[in-house]
Ligand binder design. Sequence first.
Ligand code: HAM
Length: 419
Amino acid sequence: MIQKPRGTMDILPEEIPYWQYIEKTAKETAARYGFSEIRIPTFEATELFLRGVGDTTDVVQKEMYTFTDREDRSYTLRPEGTAGIARAVLENGKLSDALPLRLYYLINCFRYEKPQAGRSREFFQFGVEMFGAGSAAADASVISLADAIIKKIGLKDVNLSINSIGCPECRPKYHAALVEYFKANEDKLCPTCRERLKTNPLRILDCKNPECIELAADAPKTIDNLCEECETHFNQLKLSLESMGIAYTVNPRIVRGLDYYTRTVFEFICDTIGAQSTVCGGGRYDGLINQLGGPKTPGIGFAMGITRLILAMKACGVDIGEPEKPLLYIAPMGGEASVAALGITEKLRLSGVYADCDVCGRSLKAQMKYADKIGAKYTLIIGSSELESGRAQLKKMSDSTQTEVSIYDIDALRLVLGA
Ligand code: HAM
């Protein structure tokens, strides 16, 4: 049997209520914060991610699904949404709309990672991006949206960590200090981090190797090396979050894995879902639009991993209620009754009732077993005498009580059904 590719998932009907609940909550909350939906292509020119996400990142170096098309052009399945959204904003002249431009998206992303709980090769994100606002207030408002979604979903034990990784002004000095610190201990670093020392020393700070973690604990911190403007920005962010009543911790180890970040970075972490505990990550990217050929435009956003949110929902027992069950199942006996049952069911459905009837030609016994299995609240058996009299017994499944109803008067039938 052909199986799904490693690291992908089938999302079966019984899981769908969780997805719909998260998607609905996230969309409705984002709309209330002034965000509109945007949809972008699943694949983009590879160059976009090399320039946008950064060619020293793990995502670009090791994780991209890249292919050439029939005309030898290089494309990549999007590993994330921000670069594609920035491209779409530029390509469609959206920066001349009222700023800040606020967009949200629900996308699938692709990264060639080692699959485990909460980490897959095709995964799903709900994300937002805000363009044209460079203030700490903008950071706080985007973080507050993530916080509101997480709370509305009903998650507990999710903590916000923030950090500032500076700007092109202060980062070279910080990088130099970092390189100097790690160089002195190079032999203790893992092979990947030894490489990172040359290409992207900041990434050593979030390596998961125990020895690198130990070394990183005493490494110079970004927040101790910020230029005056970045420091003021970070202080204002903290004040803004406090004024909005959003609890946070400053975690100097949050550096994020994508190159476009400047200043504010943040993660919402849920400790009850195992190793892949970051349910939401984001930050400011003031250089990205310019790097992609547009005018200097600040930006900030975040993305949440939907499967991780679902793991967190299950871990803290969020009740999303029971899926809707059919109100009525019509069980016909014989060919003529089958045709009539189909007609009645259709009329009920068109009037908004969740109704069902036999389409398998089953025996009455098998039909009643089926009605029970799908949890129909009422059943109606129709045979030739019911067709003739136009009346049948409506059975309430919970207590087997019966009521005589008219089968041709849909409004009267609906009234008895309470629909
Ligand atoms: P990211 O941290 O790479 O950031 O991903 C955001 C979230 O997507 C993660 O916190 C996690 O919940 C989920 N995620 C990432 N990789 C996987 C995976 N392999 N399997 C399951 N879930 C995963 C970004 O993608 C940025 N574009 C976020 C952003 C938007 N920054 C600014 N604007």
